[in-house]
Design a protein around this ligand. Structure first.
Ligand code: ATP
Length: 137
């Protein structure tokens, strides 16, 4: 489909990067279809990241993602999932290409500024986790 889901993570929100990251997303050709400033509980983070439950960083990840406010958004563009992952760069900011969002705004592997869905199916599931139909335009 032509939609992906993103979160501006607690590190980037705390560091004051909401505006610059939304600007980079818009300049990247994405239309914002839904947008929310919110915070998730540890339990909600555990559900959201359930696919990673057996990974060694699951506890750290869910603790961090529930540690402060985030910005959740549904983004629209042709080839949205793949193009957005290109725009954000590698999971590890040390490996992210110049000009990517993570290169500019991420601190570390866990505090890596943004989330981007990895498939059309997950974009749909993750978007529905945060937004109801009437919040999507
Ligand atoms: P995202 O799903 O957030 O867009 P990704 O697809 O680039 O990230 P995944 O491998 O799906 O990366 O991991 C999900 C998230 O878990 C990463 O964004 C990162 O914050 C965290 N993470 C992944 N690997 C590690 C690790 N080795 N140590 C700490 N945190 C990690």
């Amino acid at each position: 489909s032509d939609r992906t889901f993103t979160m501006i993570k607690p590190d980037a929100v705390a560091n004051g990067y909401i505006g610059e990251i939304l600007a980079a997303i818009t300049k990247g050709g994405f239309r914002i279809a839904a947008l929310k400033y919110t915070q998730i509980s540890k339990k909600q983070a555990e559900v959201f990241y359930e696919v990673h439950k057996d990974r060694p960083f699951y506890g750290e990840l869910t603790e961090f993602m529930s540690s402060g406010p985030i910005v959740a958004a549904i983004l629209e563009k042709e080839n949205a999932v793949a193009d957005f992952r290109k725009l954000i760069g590698a999971t590890n900011p040390a490996e992210a290409e110049e000009g990517t969002i993570r290169k500019q705004f991420a601190e570390s592997m866990s505090k890596n500024a943004v989330h981007g869905s990895d498939s059309d199916e997950n974009a749909c599931i993750e978007g529905a986790f945060h937004f109801s139909g009437c919040e999507i335009f």
